[in-house]
Write a protein that binds this ligand. Structure first.
Ligand SMILES: CCC/C=C/C(=O)SCCNC(=O)CCNC(=O)[C@H](O)C(C)(C)COP(=O)([O-])OP(=O)([O-])OC[C@H]1O[C@@H](n2cnc3c(N)ncnc32)[C@H](O)[C@@H]1OP(=O)([O-])[O-]
Length: 663
């Protein structure tokens, strides 16, 4: 509000003062403007509206120049688009990211950008919200000059040089918005955007607003932009997306049950890392590290795997370099078939086959080969980090670094601390994650950590629903309509049905040829095992007949409630156990690692939006119907939150207070 007031006061003064011949607008401390303060959204916004004063800038009869350094994003770029000229530093980033916050650029962005750079380019920038470099902005035509020197000085010089020149062609509101074949273009774009949006409303609304720039005169288009913004501004999706914006930053401020924290634990410098194992995960991790400028020693003891791995890593690095127009990082990776090659690295990431005996042996060997202060990390997705730590001479230097496939693409990294992990080891792994562009979330050590632990009840419910009569397609459709990129069955099929089968076998759950539906004292669905055993698709119908199960019609409401609420219920247990520090950590794990639709904020945020009492009631209802399914038993924390009046999510921590820690 203070900035808005400042802009209004200063612009009025500058425009009306006859002594002022030209004007430069700049930001402080090397940043032009990051846009509206997102914290003000959702409340009553005070201070003056900006659009009228922006129009006063455009209609001024003296040149107004934007000097853009750092960022010009959202409302910041819109302000610059009202200026007559834009001079930009080469390192600046520009964009209209409102769509990522569930909004649209409502200070004229949807009406003015297409007039300046054409409809197709504006559609791309506004519906994706992507940030562009100064060079791309120049190429697209929405900045006038890109410079490497002092931007404000250059802008002042330029502003003085154009005094007295006509400003007619510089007023974007007066430009036409030509769009040949508009109907066909918008139809095609709308279809593509809807598909990509997976239920998010903002991208679709952005397209509608840009369409208004083509079909309506400027003033009416501005009006339409306001009307469309009003439908988004207070929407649940906007709240969810804005929650994600802040949560993504909150998770970097990690803490451990011991009280160790991000701001009191200093990471160790890391320049050289070893990756053990060149399977799918090891390859992706090697690529991610090399691309971030680290030296990597990649070790693989099996010759064929080494040859294939080396080729795959080099290909990925070459292709990425070509795409980005930079030189390839291939030279940063050294390969070896001997474990001794890791002797001088500062950090090791083990990514061998998911087999505890193999890993135990490897950690013992690493502990004797590496320097005493080398951090030993495991990419295990579920195994006990503390047990691995106990194989080494310095268990405090062992942490989990759980990547998600493909590891050079997926943004999530779970950093798993065992009870003996030193805060500095956690800080170092978190810092390394940040350096390679991951959203890193610190979590405690338990079976499956946070993400995979919550996936267990979710996947079991999906199978139970098929036993009871739903087809796999019905389950997947409900989940995909909710916004997941893939339903449970498509996802399992893609990642390989045998992956889960192997884990179930290791857990002693698989009994070949047996149909019993109770294992280890609880309900169990052997359908997945039968599929794998027979190497073919076992029709659920035949299976149900043999089990004597009577099929019933199952609607998408039940699919969602049973799959999602059981997953959420496990999330509450994780909070209760102190495995995750807060709901934001769980939500970011699900948004960045498991395809949870961002516009629904993550499972815990979703529960808060649905209403905790409704989640509790539904769980109680299903638990009564399925008393043999322990994961439907509502968690203590969920009950406690409901009996405390279901406080908003940012106040849950007050109810959790002193979590009982499993660590
Ligand atoms: C009618 C007009 C309609 C207009 C709509 C808009 O403009 S919509 C807006 C369109 N604009 C956007 O969507 C831009 C969103 N922002 C960004 O993309 C990036 O923050 C950045 C590129 C500006 C700086 O990246 P970086 O890596 O250098 O730094 P960092 O990311 O770590 O942030 C540092 C701190 O600043 C905080 N904070 C940042 N921005 C905002 C904000 N707008 N608001 C509030 N807070 C904001 C951030 O939370 C963090 O706080 P913490 O955790 O320290 O307490």
């Amino acid at each position: 509000a203070a900035v808005r007031q400042g802009i209004v006061d200063t612009v009025q003064k500058a425009v009306s003062d006859p002594q002022v011949k030209s004007v430069v607008i700049c930001g402080q401390n090397g940043i032009f403007c990051g846009g509206a303060d997102i914290k003000e959204f959702g409340k009553d916004i005070s201070g003056p509206p900006l659009v009228p004063v922006f129009h006063a800038i455009e209609s001024a009869d003296k040149p107004v120049v934007a000097a853009i350094e750092g960022s010009a994003l959202g409302g910041g770029l819109e302000l610059a688009l009202f200026c007559h000229y834009r001079i930009t530093h080469s390192k600046a980033r520009l964009g209209l990211p409102e769509v990522t916050l569930g909004l649209l650029p409502a200070a004229g962005g949807t009406q003015r950008l297409p007039r300046l750079i054409g409809v197709p380019a504006a559609l791309d920038l506004i519906t994706t919200g992507r940030h562009v470099t100064a060079a791309e902005a120049l190429k697209l035509g929405f900045v006038d000059q890109v410079i490497d020197q002092n931007t404000v000085e250059a802008a002042v010089k330029f502003a003085l040089s154009v005094v007295g020149q006509s400003l007619e062609s510089r007023r974007i509101s007066t430009l036409p918005c030509p769009c040949p074949d508009a109907d066909a273009l918008f139809e095609g774009v709308m279809q593509k955007v809807r598909q990509r949006a997976r239920g998010a409303i903002a991208p679709v609304t952005c397209v509608q607003a840009i369409q208004a720039a083509v079909t309506l005169p400027y003033a009416q288009g501005m009006q339409r932009e306001q009307e469309l913004m009003a439908t988004l501004f207070t929407s649940a999706q906007a709240r969810a997306l804005q929650y994600c914006f802040f949560s993504q930053r909150v998770v970097s401020r990690w803490s451990m049950p011991s009280g160790a924290r991000w701001d009191t634990s200093k990471p160790k410098p890391v320049t050289k890392v070893a990756v053990i194992g060149l399977g799918t995960m090891g390859r992706g991790i090697t690529v991610a590290l090399a691309q971030a400028g680290l030296s990597v020693v990649a070790v693989e003891t099996e010759q064929q795997q080494m040859i294939a791995g080396q080729r795959a890593v080099s290909d990925m690095l070459e292709r990425a370099a070509q795409r980005r127009g930079v030189s390839s990082a291939v030279y940063r990776v050294r390969y070896s078939m001997k474990l001794e090659a890791v002797a001088d690295v500062q950090l090791v990431i083990e990514a061998v086959f998911e087999d505890m005996v193999l890993k135990e042996q490897l950690f013992k060997q690493l502990s004797s080969i590496c320097k005493a202060d080398t951090l030993l990390c495991s990419n295990t997705s579920a195994l006990d980090i503390d047990h691995l730590a106990s194989q080494t001479r310095s268990p405090q230097l062992v942490v989990g670094m759980h990547f998600f496939a493909p590891a050079h693409v997926m943004k999530l990294l779970e950093v798993v601390h065992g009870p003996r992990s030193a805060p500095q080891a956690v800080a170092t792994a978190m810092e390394l994650g940040k350096r390679i562009g991951k959203v890193s979330v610190a979590v405690g050590n338990c079976r499956g950590f946070v993400g995979n632990r919550m996936l267990m009840p979710y996947s079991q419910e999906a199978l139970f629903l098929v036993e009871e009569g739903a087809s796999p397609e019905v389950v997947d459709r409900a989940l995909e309509e909710f916004g997941f990129p893939m339903g449970f069955f498509r996802m399992s099929d893609l990642s390989g049905l045998d992956v889960g089968w192997r884990v179930r076998k290791a857990d002693g759950l698989v009994k070949p040829g047996q149909m019993s539906r109770v294992r280890q004292g609880r309900r169990y669905c052997p359908l997945g095992d039968l599929l794998c055993e027979q190497g073919r698709f076992e029709l659920p119908r035949g299976y149900r007949a043999r089990q004597g199960l009577v099929s019933r019609r199952i609607d998408s409401k039940e699919v969602l409630e049973r799959c999602l609420y059981s997953l959420i219920n496990e999330g509450f247990r994780i909070l209760e156990d102190g495995i995750a520090a807060g709901p934001e950590d769980i939500d970011m794990i699900y948004v960045f690692g498991y395809g949870w639709p961002r516009h629904r904020g993550g499972p815990m945020f979703y529960a808060s939006q649905v209403g905790l009492d409704r989640v509790l009631q539904a769980l109680e209802h299903y638990q009564q119907l399925h008393p043999d399914v322990p994961h439907l038993q509502p968690s203590r924390l969920l009950r406690k939150l409901v009996s405390s009046g279901s406080p908003p999510i940012h106040r849950w921590k007050e109810v959790i207070k002193k979590p009982h820690s499993a660590l």
